[in-house]
Design a protein around this ligand. Structure first.
Ligand SMILES: *Cc1c(COP(=O)(O)O)cnc(C)c1O
Length: 873
């Protein structure tokens, strides 16, 4: 019989154990091993069944068993100790409390993301973007940074992956029950669920309730539209991650951006927390947050017009781009966006003006498209990519938004991703590290990696630990392979072979990630015979453990998985190459520590950062990767291997072939020999040196705490400072900046450099001074509205300035109708050097001189006098 209504009955905890509810509901347990161990000990079966979910464990314990537990002094004491420890974690001063003066720091930061990977029991992520967001919040919590996360609660999260008999990906969408998860419904003072709502076209509304996930010190607000107030379409807005039609996606993104701002306001009102000064838009999905903030401001203060509101909102916004793959950028048909935005008009603003914020109104753009990354970039004071190389690629990709400047000056910086150490370092590995740590070593540090003589971890101990991690992976892989084959329709009697697949002493190479084409899941299959020989080598075999989900609509990706599965199904290799279905955080936690080598072979430079290799590095696995993403900047020659790339080879098939051959060569000639080169104790000496070097040098750099500190110092703090000036009632500065930008934009076509005079000594030497004088026309602008800049440095083959310095010339009055600017410059580079002179708009309220994308460059014909030999050649 089917129930007509379902509801949840909460367990009533005995008073001695009342603190367990807080302990279970604060997701700090995800990365606090003693708390996990404690919940596991209460009911090991329930722990196992729930995949390690304390809320589920408490839900399964019977009142009789609770009475027993409450009578057990050790349990009560341990519970009290853990609750006390959590209280301390929640309140004690952390890094953020110890830096700068109180007045300089952002009071609060809102972090918007379409997905959050916090724990496997909350499947609210599809891959790296979500895990990164989760790691960002966890590390912010550990550092005491006042962040609030904002996202959606998807009823079915991302899909569960299984395989058909012939290796085709199957997707199922198990529904989650938020009442039985570590989530708390946000309620009004009267106990009713707090609600936000937004108007949709055709008189519809989209309402949502707000679940709060407490991630250590950081609240994460998750909006859920599955409530009776909504019509069926609105109810299904938060049904699943990245599914459905364009309208559905757009409704999700409106809820995330517009609804997210409303949810933040409700949360602040109910909890008395400060309003965010920084809005961090993690990828384009949440871009509409800017539109909602503009609406709030214009409705609250009618003297603020659209332009001033843009300046105010922009001053407090950060945009992070996460993909250099054009297909990965979120774009909508403009007519759909117009339809939706017309339903939530801004006072006195034509919807076309709002749409223009996401216009691709630049060369190569599509006039019919609304681009969420463009919206994000236009509405952000600062922007960043997620690794140095990705920053560079992003500057090239979005350069059209700053047409006056060369690519290196495009104002998109980078902060390299990191991973949350306490989540991603295996707990057994961590306790081994702690055992060899001296009192004086810093807890995140690398003191345990000192030599054996100095009290560090001995090679044999470290190697034995690595073997045990490999053995644990082998065990999990066997069980999962068997389970997968049962789902694929095999009978238990046929599956004896799964009990002996993989070998805990064989060189284990891992590969797991989403399966978009550029990540090249099947590169390793380029030469199947050669791969088979590597797998079955009698002396130095390798084994491969592979996992990954493909987006269901990506037929090509699903096809790649099938190709791989079909290869791995061959009896000849099936005990050495395994595809494990349903890649998720739970699998990642076993897979990454269990591998000796982590393989990554994306098509350079399409991997923005990648983080899985970082998780491996924290556990002593070595990276074998194309120099892309984070690895491009962190590979140092001794911490793993770089697979040579065939950059510039146009034919993709040939490029794959060349890179695959290089990969096989590396494995066969370098990686495997080193792994199997053992000393009398059975330890691979050279390998251990690389492992220790990796742990000691990459260990600290790949941590998300390093990343979050970088965000706080380099982006959040200056943005908060700007927003305090510009986004502050009565918005004089915002109005002033908007009016000034309007004036500059109108005048700009008439701004030019008329002449440049340079005094250069006959034979210039390093350190000589050069005098420059430039006459410019400012088309009615004041000399204080601009910087006239001397840009000087080395020139490349095509006369382009490469490594250049910029210095501002000083206004020196008017001469014959020109504004004159002068200065001297010390020659600081030898060889072929050159200079350029340009006018750029200047206003101290802007983030920098590039903000408007406008520059008027001197033509070579403007140079009128005294250019001698070495300078300017
Ligand atoms: C870390 C992680 C990812 C991200 O992997 P990339 O290296 O960025 O491709 C994806 N999925 C899961 C489950 C992860 O743990």
């Amino acid at each position: 019989m089917k129930a007509i209504r379902r509801f949840t009955v909460r367990t009533v905890l005995p008073p001695q154990l009342a603190g367990l509810d807080t302990l279970a509901r604060n997701l700090r347990w995800c990365w606090h091993e003693p708390t996990r161990k404690f919940f596991e000990s209460l009911d090991p079966q329930a722990w196992e069944r729930s995949g390690g979910d304390p809320v589920a464990v408490l839900g399964e314990i019977t009142p009789a068993r609770f009475e027993q537990l409450a009578a057990d002094a050790t349990v009560v004491l341990e519970a009290a100790r853990l609750v006390e420890e959590l209280n301390q974690y929640m309140t004690e001063p952390k890094w953020f409390q110890s830096i700068f003066s109180n007045t300089d720091k952002p009071a609060s930061i809102a972090y918007f993301s379409a997905e959050f990977g916090i724990t496997a029991v909350m499947p609210q992520y599809s891959g790296g973007l979500g895990i990164l967001a989760g790691d960002h919040l966890k590390s912010a919590s550990d550092l005491g940074v006042p962040i609030t996360g904002v996202g959606l609660l998807y009823g079915a999260g991302y899909f569960r992956q299984s395989l058909s008999r012939d290796g085709w990906q199957r997707e199922t969408y198990p529904l989650i029950d938020p009442n039985n998860m570590p989530l708390t419904l946000l309620r009004e003072q009267d106990g009713m669920p707090a609600r936000i709502s937004l108007p949709l076209p055709d008189g519809r509304t989209l309402a949502a309730q707000i679940w709060v996930a407490q991630v250590g010190r950081v609240p994460l607000l998750l909006m859920d539209s599955d409530i009776p107030d909504n019509d069926d379409i609105s109810r299904s807005v938060t049904d699943r991650l990245y599914g459905g039609s364009a309208e559905h996606r757009l409704e999700q993104e409106l809820l995330l951006g517009v609804g997210g701002v409303k949810a933040l306001r409700v949360y602040s009102r109910l909890m008395g927390t400060p309003a965010p000064e920084v809005f961090h838009c993690n990828e384009g999905h949440a871009g509409f947050l800017a539109v909602e903030r503009i609406r709030e401001l214009m409705e609250s203060d009618s003297s603020v017009d659209f332009g001033a509101a843009i300046e105010a909102v922009r001053s407090g916004t950060l945009f992070t781009t996460h993909t250099p793959v054009p297909a990965g950028i979120d774009r909508f048909d403009k007519s759909i966006v117009r339809h939706y935005l017309s339903a939530m008009p801004l006072p006195g603003v034509n919807v076309d003006e709002v749409l223009s914020l996401g216009n691709e109104s630049y060369q190569g753009g599509n006039p019919h498209v609304f681009n969420m990354a463009v919206l994000g970039l236009r509405m952000a004071r600062m922007a960043n990519g997620v690794a140095q190389l990705h920053g560079k690629v992003s500057r090239g990709m979005f350069a059209a938004l700053w047409p006056g400047f060369d690519v290196p000056e495009v104002p998109i910086t980078s902060i390299t991703n990191g991973v949350h150490g306490p989540t991603w370092r295996n707990p057994g590995f961590q306790s081994m590290a702690l055992e060899y740590m001296a009192e004086t070593d810093d807890a995140d540090g690398t003191g345990w990696l000192k030599s054996e003589e100095e009290g560090g971890v001995p090679d044999v101990v470290l190697w034995e630990k690595r073997r045990s991690l490999r053995a644990a992976l082998v065990e999990v892989a066997r069980a999962r392979t068997r389970a997968s084959w049962l789902e694929r329709g095999a009978s238990p009697a046929e599956l004896g072979w799964t009990e002996s697949i993989l070998d805990p002493d064989v060189l284990t190479i891992g590969f797991a990630r989403r399966v978009p084409t550029y990540k090249r899941l099947t590169l390793m299959l380029s030469d199947p015979e050669r791969l088979t020989r590597l797998l079955t080598d009698p002396e130095r075999p390798i084994q491969l453990v592979i996992a990954g989900k493909s987006h269901p609509d990506d037929e090509q990706g699903v096809g790649l998985i099938q190709k791989l599965v079909q290869f791995a199904d061959n009896a000849e290799v099936r005990d050495r190459i395994i595809f494990l279905p349903n890649y998720d955080m739970a699998l990642a936690e076993v897979l990454m520590p269990g591998c000796d080598v982590w393989l990554n072979n994306p098509l350079r430079p399409l991997e923005a950062s990648g983080t899985s290799g970082m998780k491996c590095a924290l556990n002593g696995a070595l990276n074998l990767s194309i120099l892309d993403g984070w690895w491009d900047e962190m590979y140092d020659g001794n911490n793993g291997w770089a697979i040579p790339t065939a950059d510039g080879v146009e034919d993709p098939g040939r490029r794959d072939h060349i890179e695959a051959a290089a990969l096989y060569d590396l494995i066969e000639n370098t990686v495997a020999p080193r792994f199997y080169d053992r000393d009398e104790r059975g330890v691979p000496r050279r390998w251990m040196e690389m492992m220790r070097h990796t742990l000691a040098t990459l260990g600290p750099k790949v941590q998300a705490t390093r990343m979050v500190r970088d965000y706080v110092e380099r982006l959040y703090t200056p943005i908060a400072a700007a927003s305090r000036v510009i986004d502050a009632a009565p918005y004089e500065k915002a109005k002033e900046l908007a009016a000034w930008k309007h004036k500059v934009r109108s005048a700009w076509p008439g701004v030019r450099v008329d002449f440049v005079e340079a005094e250069v000594p006959d034979v210039a030497e390093l350190g000589d001074e050069v005098s420059i004088s430039a006459g410019v026309s400012l088309a009615g602008l004041e000399p204080t509205d601009v910087h006239v800049q001397l840009v000087s440095g080395r020139v490349g083959a095509d006369d382009r300035l490469e490594d250049f310095d910029i210095s501002n010339l000083n206004p020196a009055g008017e001469k014959h109708g020109h504004q004159v600017f002068t200065g001297t410059e010390k020659l600081s580079a030898s060889g072929s050097v050159g200079y350029a002179v340009r006018v750029v708009p200047f206003n101290p309220l802007m983030a920098g001189d590039t903000e408007l994308g406008l520059a008027a460059n001197a033509e070579p014909s403007a140079v009128t006098a005294h250019t001698h030999t070495s300078f300017g050649d």
